[in-house]
Design a protein around this ligand. Structure first.
Ligand SMILES: [Zn+2]
Length: 190
Protein backbone atom coordinates (compact mmCIF):
# COMPACT_ATOMS: atom_id res chain seq x y z
CA UNK A 1 0.00 0.00 0.00
CA UNK A 2 1.35 3.41 -0.88
CA UNK A 3 1.62 6.06 1.81
CA UNK A 4 -0.77 8.93 1.37
CA UNK A 5 -0.05 12.58 1.74
CA UNK A 6 -2.15 14.62 4.14
CA UNK A 7 -4.68 17.06 2.76
CA UNK A 8 -4.88 19.80 5.36
CA UNK A 9 -7.29 22.64 5.96
CA UNK A 10 -5.98 25.58 7.95
CA UNK A 11 -7.26 29.03 8.81
CA UNK A 12 -5.09 32.11 8.43
CA UNK A 13 -5.24 33.91 11.78
CA UNK A 14 -4.60 37.29 10.18
CA UNK A 15 -6.70 37.11 7.02
CA UNK A 16 -9.37 34.68 8.17
CA UNK A 17 -8.94 32.87 4.85
CA UNK A 18 -8.95 29.08 4.72
CA UNK A 19 -6.18 27.16 3.02
CA UNK A 20 -6.52 23.72 1.50
CA UNK A 21 -3.17 22.16 0.74
CA UNK A 22 -1.34 18.89 0.86
CA UNK A 23 1.96 17.80 2.32
CA UNK A 24 3.92 14.80 3.58
CA UNK A 25 4.71 16.65 6.79
CA UNK A 26 1.89 18.72 8.26
CA UNK A 27 3.75 20.36 11.20
CA UNK A 28 6.71 21.28 9.03
CA UNK A 29 4.48 22.67 6.28
CA UNK A 30 2.37 24.72 8.69
CA UNK A 31 5.43 26.09 10.46
CA UNK A 32 6.70 27.21 7.05
CA UNK A 33 3.31 28.78 6.25
CA UNK A 34 3.33 30.63 9.56
CA UNK A 35 6.78 31.94 8.75
CA UNK A 36 6.14 32.95 5.14
CA UNK A 37 2.41 33.78 4.98
CA UNK A 38 0.70 34.29 8.34
CA UNK A 39 0.07 32.41 11.59
CA UNK A 40 -2.33 29.56 10.92
CA UNK A 41 -4.68 27.32 12.84
CA UNK A 42 -4.83 23.76 11.61
CA UNK A 43 -8.47 22.64 11.42
CA UNK A 44 -8.32 19.21 9.81
CA UNK A 45 -6.09 16.67 8.10
CA UNK A 46 -7.24 13.90 5.78
CA UNK A 47 -4.98 11.20 4.39
CA UNK A 48 -5.93 11.12 0.74
CA UNK A 49 -4.48 11.03 -2.76
CA UNK A 50 -3.65 14.34 -4.51
CA UNK A 51 -6.82 13.99 -6.60
CA UNK A 52 -8.84 14.64 -3.44
CA UNK A 53 -7.13 17.98 -2.93
CA UNK A 54 -7.93 18.94 -6.53
CA UNK A 55 -11.53 17.87 -5.98
CA UNK A 56 -11.80 20.11 -2.91
CA UNK A 57 -10.24 23.04 -4.77
CA UNK A 58 -12.89 22.58 -7.49
CA UNK A 59 -15.70 22.19 -4.99
CA UNK A 60 -14.91 25.49 -3.25
CA UNK A 61 -13.73 27.41 -6.33
CA UNK A 62 -16.48 30.02 -5.90
CA UNK A 63 -14.80 31.22 -2.71
CA UNK A 64 -11.24 31.23 -4.06
CA UNK A 65 -9.21 34.29 -3.06
CA UNK A 66 -7.18 34.74 -6.25
CA UNK A 67 -4.78 37.26 -4.72
CA UNK A 68 -3.41 34.40 -2.59
CA UNK A 69 -2.84 31.82 -5.33
CA UNK A 70 -4.86 28.64 -5.82
CA UNK A 71 -5.18 27.34 -2.26
CA UNK A 72 -6.69 30.11 -0.10
CA UNK A 73 -10.46 30.47 0.14
CA UNK A 74 -12.85 32.93 1.73
CA UNK A 75 -14.72 31.51 4.71
CA UNK A 76 -18.22 31.58 3.20
CA UNK A 77 -19.46 28.62 5.23
CA UNK A 78 -19.04 25.94 2.57
CA UNK A 79 -15.67 24.72 3.80
CA UNK A 80 -16.88 24.85 7.42
CA UNK A 81 -19.83 22.70 6.43
CA UNK A 82 -17.47 20.23 4.79
CA UNK A 83 -15.27 20.18 7.91
CA UNK A 84 -18.28 19.28 10.01
CA UNK A 85 -18.79 16.13 7.96
CA UNK A 86 -15.28 14.84 8.72
CA UNK A 87 -14.80 12.24 11.45
CA UNK A 88 -13.78 13.88 14.71
CA UNK A 89 -10.38 12.17 14.60
CA UNK A 90 -9.50 14.18 11.51
CA UNK A 91 -10.50 17.50 13.03
CA UNK A 92 -8.83 19.53 15.69
CA UNK A 93 -7.23 22.83 16.39
CA UNK A 94 -3.55 23.54 16.54
CA UNK A 95 -2.04 26.97 16.09
CA UNK A 96 1.25 27.52 14.28
CA UNK A 97 2.87 30.89 14.76
CA UNK A 98 6.41 31.95 14.03
CA UNK A 99 8.64 31.87 17.09
CA UNK A 100 11.09 34.62 17.98
CA UNK A 101 13.80 35.04 15.37
CA UNK A 102 17.03 33.50 16.52
CA UNK A 103 19.97 35.78 16.21
CA UNK A 104 22.85 33.97 14.58
CA UNK A 105 25.82 36.19 14.07
CA UNK A 106 29.29 35.16 13.06
CA UNK A 107 32.01 36.58 15.22
CA UNK A 108 34.31 39.04 13.53
CA UNK A 109 38.03 38.36 13.23
CA UNK A 110 38.64 41.05 15.82
CA UNK A 111 36.27 39.36 18.27
CA UNK A 112 37.91 35.97 17.68
CA UNK A 113 41.31 37.52 18.23
CA UNK A 114 40.08 39.22 21.41
CA UNK A 115 38.73 35.93 22.73
CA UNK A 116 42.01 34.16 21.90
CA UNK A 117 43.85 36.91 23.71
CA UNK A 118 41.53 36.62 26.71
CA UNK A 119 42.12 32.84 26.82
CA UNK A 120 45.88 33.45 26.79
CA UNK A 121 45.52 36.00 29.59
CA UNK A 122 43.50 33.48 31.63
CA UNK A 123 46.22 30.90 31.06
CA UNK A 124 48.96 33.23 32.27
CA UNK A 125 46.84 34.29 35.23
CA UNK A 126 46.43 30.61 36.13
CA UNK A 127 50.16 30.02 35.78
CA UNK A 128 50.91 33.07 37.94
CA UNK A 129 48.51 31.92 40.65
CA UNK A 130 50.04 28.42 40.67
CA UNK A 131 53.51 29.92 40.97
CA UNK A 132 52.33 32.26 43.74
CA UNK A 133 50.90 29.31 45.67
CA UNK A 134 54.31 27.63 45.35
CA UNK A 135 56.05 30.76 46.57
CA UNK A 136 58.16 31.43 43.48
CA UNK A 137 58.15 33.54 40.34
CA UNK A 138 56.13 32.35 37.34
CA UNK A 139 59.32 32.19 35.31
CA UNK A 140 61.01 29.56 37.48
CA UNK A 141 61.99 26.58 35.29
CA UNK A 142 59.76 23.57 35.87
CA UNK A 143 62.58 21.28 37.00
CA UNK A 144 63.39 23.66 39.86
CA UNK A 145 60.06 23.17 41.61
CA UNK A 146 58.84 19.67 42.55
CA UNK A 147 55.29 20.98 42.95
CA UNK A 148 55.35 22.49 39.45
CA UNK A 149 56.63 19.19 38.09
CA UNK A 150 53.82 17.34 39.84
CA UNK A 151 51.31 19.92 38.61
CA UNK A 152 52.56 19.51 35.08
CA UNK A 153 52.50 15.72 35.34
CA UNK A 154 48.93 15.85 36.58
CA UNK A 155 48.02 18.08 33.68
CA UNK A 156 49.65 15.65 31.26
CA UNK A 157 47.82 12.72 32.87
CA UNK A 158 44.51 14.52 32.37
CA UNK A 159 45.17 15.34 28.76
CA UNK A 160 44.07 12.84 26.15
CA UNK A 161 47.28 13.08 24.17
CA UNK A 162 48.97 9.91 23.04
CA UNK A 163 51.71 8.42 25.18
CA UNK A 164 54.28 9.44 22.58
CA UNK A 165 53.11 13.03 22.70
CA UNK A 166 53.14 12.91 26.50
CA UNK A 167 56.71 11.63 26.53
CA UNK A 168 57.83 14.34 24.13
CA UNK A 169 56.11 17.03 26.17
CA UNK A 170 57.56 15.67 29.42
CA UNK A 171 61.05 15.83 27.96
CA UNK A 172 60.50 19.30 26.57
CA UNK A 173 58.85 20.64 29.69
CA UNK A 174 61.65 19.35 31.88
CA UNK A 175 63.87 21.80 30.07
CA UNK A 176 61.50 24.68 29.73
CA UNK A 177 58.27 24.97 31.66
CA UNK A 178 55.54 26.98 29.92
CA UNK A 179 55.70 29.36 32.87
CA UNK A 180 58.89 30.51 31.32
CA UNK A 181 57.51 31.30 27.90
CA UNK A 182 56.11 34.73 28.46
CA UNK A 183 59.30 36.07 29.92
CA UNK A 184 61.47 34.61 27.19
CA UNK A 185 59.05 35.30 24.33
CA UNK A 186 59.26 31.67 23.32
CA UNK A 187 56.10 30.05 21.94
CA UNK A 188 54.40 27.14 23.57
CA UNK A 189 54.48 24.14 21.27
CA UNK A 190 51.49 22.04 22.19
ZN1 LIG B 1 56.21 25.64 41.46
Amino acid sequence: MRALEAIYIARGLTSGLLKIGRTWNVPSRLRALARTAEPVELLATVAAPPSFERELHRRFAAALEPSRGREWFRDDGAIRAFLATLPEAQRGSCVFAPGPKRKVRRRTDAEREASRRAATERYYAHVASVARSHGHAPTLPLRDCPKCLAHWEAHLARSRKSEATRAARRAASALLYPLHHRATGARETA
